[in-house]
Design a protein around this ligand. Structure first.
Ligand code: CMC
Length: 433
């Protein structure tokens, strides 16, 4: 981030006084007004609900151009990474700011292998969740609990960051698969070192003592792609939650757990689950998708089309495009005929031409087609957001690390405009009417 020309500043006139504010520019031309001393100098805060106009940090991890539909991790186009990389290669890239060479990738793979088990005592935790417990709540609780079993983060948090990062990336898969197995009452399947990162996860999810799971390369490839597409997305709600908790000195496990909880919401990662529920509702309603379009456009109806719209993308989400293209392929390979796919396509066709959606720049986002692929892979709907968390984890860790290494980091502590009652005289209980 650099300061632009000293003569090129933003002038702010308040109460008859003019303040010159420096302008900042990122490597790809992101422009920002530096207001870090605004309150001190002027006595004013800025009012920005939802942080629509605020850059909360500078970052070297992900570049996103919402107008042109560009997404890059560490400078590499998402299209190349999704097509040509392993998920663990991308995880390494996000964590270390370089694509690994063969030796580095192999060393990372071995580290992940070594960390795949979770402490046996943690396995008892699964027994005590009710049978219908949400896998997202199990995931966030278990990730927080990792701190008790693997407390290396207690001293200098950056000293053991590589070990802790690998631990999290490896163990989250085991925790996710175990929570699924518990929820359906099947015995746990332990990780196997002979399988790839994605193959291992699928095997832990679907292998049973009576019917061995066959790990199909096409299924592994589809999951690999989905995880890469989810791996980071700059300062979204869950990443901001990770940074916020970390800014108070919170340990990595606690920060990631906060990210998982933020992701859960239906406006964020929970949208992939909401999309399938919406498509199923339309299917059950005689495929009457036009009725749902009308509901989404009705200002008096809170209903929104899940899987459409994005805070930053004002064009097609590039991740959505890749997923849409992958969808046909994987359904063909697995010979799955999903009636929801046709409903999804019909919805998309209308949205892309209807003035309500066009004028608001509402396009399909990453969550719109991902659920259809997860269904085809046999992953149940209530695990979809867990899948998102698995993919997003390397990004969260990289963002947490960047925040902790940045000398400029301050505890995240926004201000407010108080609009409550003015000072009131206290009335003792016995005198209150
Ligand atoms: N269906 C119908 N109308 C919509 C939708 C939608 N999905 N999304 C936005 N709008 C309308 C909204 O009503 C508003 O209209 P108006 O200007 O008349 O008041 C306008 O578009 C702008 O919406 P906004 O809520 O101010 O935009 P935002 O940037 O605050 O919200 C969003 C972004 C993603 C939360 C929103 O588009 C949404 O709720 N989408 C559905 C949920 C979803 O798919 N979320 C996944 C996002 S991508 C992955 C991720 O982040 O996890």
């Amino acid at each position: 981030m650099s300061e632009t020309d000293q003569n090129n500043t933003a002038s702010l006139k308040i109460d008859g006084k003019t303040y010159e504010l420096s302008l900042l520019e990122g490597t790809e031309g992101d422009k920002s007004i530096d207001i870090r001393n605004l309150l001190r100098d002027t006595g004013y805060t800025v009012f920005d609900t939802g942080y629509k106009n605020s850059a909360s940090c500078s970052s070297t991890i992900t570049y996103l151009d919402g107008g042109q539909g560009i997404l890059r991790y560490r400078g590499y186009a998402i299209e190349d990474l999704a097509e040509k990389c392993l998920f663990i290669e991308v995880a390494y890239l996000l964590l270390h700011n370089k694509l690994p060479n063969r030796e580095e990738l192999e060393a990372f793979r071995v580290m992940l292998e070594q960390q795949a088990l979770i402490h046996e005592d943690m396995i008892h935790f699964f027994d005590n969740f009710p049978p219908n417990a949400s896998p997202m709540s199990i995931l966030s609780s278990m990730v927080t609990s990792l701190h008790n079993f693997y407390p290396e983060m207690s001293g200098d948090p950056l000293e053991n960051i590589d070990l802790t990062a690998t631990r999290l990336i490896s163990k989250i898969r085991t925790i996710a698969a175990f929570s699924f197995k518990k929820s359906i009452g099947q015995p746990l399947v332990y990780p196997r070192n002979d399988l790839s990162y994605c193959g291992n996860f699928l095997n832990m999810m679907f292998d049973t003592p009576v019917r061995p799971y066959i790990v199909l390369p096409e299924v592994v490839a589809a999951l690999n792609k989905l995880l890469i597409l989810h791996a980071d997305h700059e300062q979204n709600c869950s990443t901001s939650a990770v940074r916020l908790v970390g800014s108070a000195g919170g340990n990595l496990y606690a920060s990631i757990s906060a990210g998982i909880n933020a992701l859960w919401g239906p406006l964020h990662g929970g949208a992939n689950e909401a999309v399938i529920e919406m498509l199923e509702a339309i299917h059950a309603d005689n495929n009457d998708y036009k009725k749902y379009i009308a509901k989404a456009k009705d200002k008096n109806d809170p209903f929104r089309l899940s899987g459409f719209g994005h805070r930053v993308y004002k064009t097609y989400d590039p991740r959505g495009e890749i997923i849409k293209a992958a969808c046909d392929g994987i359904l063909d390979v697995l010979n799955v005929k999903d009636p929801l796919l046709e409903i999804a396509r019909n919805l998309e066709d209308i949205v892309l031409t209807d003035d309500y959606f066009v004028s608001r720049h509402l396009y399909p986002n990453i969550d719109f087609y991902s659920g259809i692929i997860y269904r085809a892979l046999g992953i149940p709907t209530n695990m979809f957001t867990v899948m998102f968390a698995l993919g997003r984890l390397p990004g969260w860790i990289a963002q947490w690390r960047e925040m902790r290494e940045d000398q400029d980091t301050k505890i995240c502590r926004p201000r407010q405009i108080y609009v409550g009652a003015p000072a009131r005289k206290f009335v003792p209980l016995c005198e209150r009417l």
